[in-house]
Design a protein around this ligand. Structure first.
Ligand code: FES
Length: 211
């Protein structure tokens, strides 16, 4: 069978599938237009020669606005948002725990909403606003949620902490009942292997009270 995805809908080859997974299929799953060099979706076309990232065959130029700064990147279409943030942009505050959408360590904000970045492809977010833990506050001017985690000892080993804080900040804008049980429910996607849950809930409740 010819190795051409246009040759027919049945029995796509493995090679054809891999070639299109990062582009068309992923974009359809995300409900957005395909992102590639000649995209007519109105998104920024980044000249490949000025984009950051490995110059490998098939890499796609995209622009992510990360923590208020436009980053012109070149990524393999299969690169997750998490790996793009950590490996290409070198912002390592976002952690990789399970890499399967189960622990929440990789939580970032995309256009203000929390997302497990290990479950999302970077090119699906071309032109979008990404916020990581580095974009929340600074050591000298902590975000109120960061300050509350310190005050309430809401961390132990610290590995899950950035994801917990990003989820906690996003939760402030989500429908959530006033009781601790409601906070626990909305934070249930963020696992803390040290078991600092009571302190995490206390920190979030404190910020909600002062908001
Ligand atoms: S690393 Fe993404 S949910 Fe665990």
């Amino acid at each position: 069978m010819p190795d051409d995805p246009r040759s027919g809908p049945s029995k796509p080859t493995r090679r054809a599938f891999l070639r299109t997974t990062g582009g068309t299929a992923a974009a359809v799953i995300a409900g957005c237009a395909p992102a590639h060099r000649d995209s007519a979706a109105g998104k920024t076309a980044v000249p490949a020669e000025i984009a950051e990232g490995p110059n490998i065959e098939g890499a796609v130029p995209i622009t992510l606005r990360i923590n208020g700064k436009d980053r012109q990147l070149r990524v393999d279409p299969r690169t997750t948002l998490l790996d793009c943030i950590r490996e290409t942009v070198a912002l390592t505050g976002t952690k990789k725990g399970c890499d399967h959408g189960q622990c929440g360590a990789c939580t970032v904000h995309v256009n203000g909403r929390r997302v497990n970045s290990c479950l999302s492809l970077a090119l699906m977010h071309d032109g979008e606003e990404i916020t990581t833990i580095e974009g929340l506050g600074t050591p000298d001017a902590l975000h109120p949620m960061q300050a509350a985690f310190v005050a309430f000892d809401g961390y132990q080993c610290g590995y899950c902490t950035s994801g917990q804080i990003m989820s906690g900040v996003a939760l402030l804008k989500e429908p959530c009942g006033p009781e601790d049980a409601a906070v626990k429910e909305l934070m249930s996607g963020n696992i803390c292997r040290c078991g600092a849950y009571p302190n995490i809930v206390a920190a979030i409740q404190q910020v909600r009270k002062n908001a």
